[in-house]
Design a protein around this ligand. Structure first.
Ligand code: MN
Length: 436
């Protein structure tokens, strides 16, 4: 169902919300992403909303009778202060609600005046986490990133043999996940200076971003059961952007033998809108495992799923330094990559995560791993761009960067385009580094 195209993907359809018809906008009527918001400056309860153009449909205010009971039940769940209940309802309910919203927002819709009273300008909204996230797992799905980083940390053994056989990941920290514009404070921690025989303590000197896609679990599975790879996408609600902030000096000292810990757990920033898999259907591409045609273990193999389990989603990282901001200069793009460079699909991540009987719950979050591509300008972290902190980047502003400085704002963006379809965007995951 997720991969099928239907009337909600028709690129000709326009909305009566005029800002939604801007071809450069992220949120045309073909997108309809879900988030949680309230009017800025109020103490009102947060509530579910759908982005359309530069507006948000306030779903709690949208008291319209819907003919389809599945859509009506989904609308009630989507209006709450967290989207977990909507996520639990599954693909048929998500589709029914999307279709109902599409029909309400298209040009010529009958209830236009009633619905227009439920619009809140995005400029007047405060967005928050779209779900109560129970667990967060960060994967390592780009082989290009794994190779580049592996060479820096383990020159003799850059890609461990298990990489070819399964999606590698680690269990991350939920309490420090925030949406765009969350305050990110430079972490303090232990690190081992080059050539030193004992660690030092202080603010991280190698603070970095990671360009990732976030994956929200929809329906869960019971503990002791696993989700077959062919069924895995029905358990995924949608995608967002995710910045896995990383203190490289802390990470490299603590990383062996058990993996990431304080180098990663101080902050993770996601974009506030979740783009459903249905909205992304036109942008699917085959999954390409570069450099190998080795068959996988059967629980990760599926010809049907692999045929269209990649996404042609252009990703970019932008940097705004304090100096650029004070001059009113636009942020500079540091890198551009694509989600299609992932070696493992979201279905394989979910199938692998559950294969031992681990239960996922609605609202659980995965990070894809840093989505670097094959070219130098497709590096998804400063660690890769600066070759491990050895070659500084020259910015157009005349400044240089090896790693992030206080006052730097990092902005992740993503966009899907395909001839004959409306382009959609994911919005932004953006945050500013504050001093330790
Ligand atoms: Mn990561």
């Amino acid at each position: 169902m997720n991969a099928a195209l239907n009337s909600t993907h028709n690129g000709e359809t326009r909305s009566w919300v005029s800002s939604a018809n801007d071809p450069k906008g992220d949120f045309p009527i073909q997108n309809l992403p879900f988030g949680v918001f309230r009017r800025r400056g109020t103490e009102k309860q947060f509530r579910g909303g759908v982005a359309i153009g530069d507006q948000i449909v306030d779903l709690a205010a949208l008291q319209v009778p819907l003919d389809d009971p599945l859509a009506a039940r989904a609308l009630s769940a989507a209006s709450k202060a967290a989207l977990n209940e909507l996520m639990q309802q599954g693909p048929a309910a998500w589709h029914a609600l999307r279709l109902a919203l599409f029909e309400m927002l298209r040009e010529g819709a009958t209830r236009q005046s009633q619905i227009s009273r439920c619009l809140v300008p995005q400029a007047h909204a405060e967005l928050t986490l779209p779900a109560e996230i129970g667990d967060y797992t960060d994967f390592y799905a780009s082989k290009y990133h794994a190779l580049a980083v592996g060479k820096l940390f383990r020159p003799d053994n850059p890609l461990t043999p298990n990489y070819a056989w399964m999606p590698i990941g680690y269990h991350g920290r939920v309490s420090s996940i925030g949406v765009t514009e969350q305050a990110v404070r430079r972490p303090k921690g232990q690190s081992l200076p080059k050539g030193a025989d004992r660690p030092v303590f202080g603010p991280s000197k190698r603070l970095d971003y990671e360009l990732e896609v976030g994956i929200f679990v929809g329906c869960g599975n019971a503990q002791g059961t696993s989700v077959p790879v062919d069924a895995a996408e029905a358990h995924i609600f949608g995608l967002c952007l995710l910045n896995d902030w990383s203190a490289r000096d802390v990470q490299s000292w603590e990383g062996q033998p058990l993996g990431p810990f304080l180098g990663k757990n101080f902050a993770t920033t996601i974009s506030p809108w979740i783009i459903t898999l249905e909205a992304l259907a036109p942008f699917r591409v085959p999954l390409v495992r570069v450099g190998t045609d080795q068959p996988l273990l059967p629980y990760l193999e599926s010809a049907q799923v692999h045929a269209a389990s990649g996404f042609d989603m252009e990703l970019s990282v932008h940097l705004e330094t304090a100096a650029m901001r004070s001059r009113g200069a636009a942020p500079e793009r540091l890198a551009r990559s694509n989600f299609r460079h992932a070696h493992w699909s979201i279905a394989q991540m979910l199938a692998h995560h559950t294969v031992g009987g681990c239960n996922l719950r609605p609202g659980d979050l995965f990070g894809s791993g840093t989505l670097s591509g094959p070219l130098p300008e497709e590096a998804g972290s400063l660690l890769e761009m600066t070759h491990g902190g050895s070659t500084a980047i020259n910015l157009k502003s005349g400044e240089q960067r090896m790693f992030l400085e206080d006052g730097d704002r990092v902005i992740l963006r993503a966009r899907c385009e395909r001839e004959g379809f409306a382009s959609i965007g994911l919005g932004e995951a953006s945050a500013l580094i504050r001093p330790a």
